[in-house]
Design a protein around this ligand. Structure first.
Ligand code: NAP
Length: 283
């Protein structure tokens, strides 16, 4: 598996498996199938409600812990943020049945971000999280965090797909040594992504599917990607993207599909900020 090296020397697979919107009762089977397919990077979150099931699949797989790269995420915490962040991480580890995660991400750029980040720094120093990072941080907030803390985020996981390519975010991350990770790489199929004529045409030229073209495009931009699927055939297809390469011309044709706009959440929209900031997880 191709890997990337994070700013603290930790290596991370460039392709993994995401479990957002997989119901808890379906997750153990899906993760077991993904591990059997060969995926070693798993991406979950406290907010997905399926950490326990991910943990069961890991345990039952028999795969040595050091061969896996497990990410989970911190939801927005009430004050005091440092204590509550520590408790949230311990709760996630207990659900996963692990003594550390490989990457712990702050899920949203809201609440007492600095208090949350300080607790994450402590967890990183103590080895509870081999790397720490953020999700959904736009360049202004990401740079602020990088410049004003001891430990810079290793990763920023942001919506990134052919219709929202995040060029300026990507450039800033590269400049600051932060690894760009895509969520929603297929835009969850929005905008008819899976039948898009440009992507389909490129796929036909390589004997590959649109999904494979999109993953290849992300990987060739050095972006870590975590496609979600509950279907073993599609899991295998999404894993089979290392035996072909897009040409410069094909990369340019995909670059032309960028609209520069989110298809999901606008993290600058006050209504969205209020909704995400106020949300609390049960238990
Ligand atoms: P996604 O990966 O863009 O799309 C998933 C959808 O594509 C599912 O409907 C899946 O259906 C379908 N699909 C998968 N492979 C396919 C293929 N080869 N051909 C046709 N359809 C295919 O969506 P996502 O789950 O939102 O994003 C991926 C991961 O990113 C998540 O699971 C999560 O780990 C992470 N994420 C993070 C955030 C954040 O705020 N940090 C937000 C969203 C997501 P089937 O399952 O039926 O195959």
């Amino acid at each position: 598996m191709q890997t990337v090296t994070l700013n603290n020397g930790v290596t991370m697979p460039i392709l993994g498996f995401g479990v957002y919107q997989i119901p808890a009762e379906r997750t153990e089977q899906a993760v077991s199938e993904a591990l059997a397919t060969g995926y070693r990077l798993l991406d979950t979150a406290a907010a997905y409600g399926n950490e326990k099931a991910v943990g069961h699949a890991i345990k039952n797989s028999g795969i040595p812990r050091e061969e896996l790269f497990v990410t989970t995420k911190l939801w927005v915490q009430d004050a005091p943020a440092q204590d509550n962040t520590r408790r949230a991480l311990e709760a996630s580890l207990a659900k996963l049945g692990l003594d550390h995660v490989d990457l712990y991400l702050m899920h949203q750029p809201y609440g007492d971000v600095y208090g949350q980040w300080r607790a994450m720094e402590t967890a990183n120093r103590e080895g509870l999280a081999r790397a720490i990072g953020v999700a959904n941080f736009h360049p202004d907030r990401l740079l602020d965090l990088v410049l004003n803390n001891e430990i810079a985020p290793a990763v920023d996981q942001i919506e990134t797909h052919p219709f929202f390519q995040r060029g300026p975010d990507h450039d800033l991350m590269r400049e600051q040594g932060v690894q760009h990770q895509s969520w929603g790489g297929f835009a969850e199929g929005k905008n008819d992504l899976f039948t898009h004529p440009v992507l389909s045409g490129i796929g036909t030229a390589h004997g590959k599917s649109v999904a494979q073209v999109v993953l290849r495009w992300l990987i060739q931009r050095s972006i870590v990607t975590i496609p979600k699927s509950v279907d073993p055939g599609r899991m295998a297809q999404n894993f089979d993207v290392f035996d072909f390469a897009l040409t410069d011309d094909q990369m340019t044709r995909i670059a032309a599909l960028d609209t520069g706009k989110t298809l999901f959440f606008d993290h600058h929209d006050p209504e969205m900020v209020a909704w995400l900031s106020k949300r609390r997880l049960d238990g």
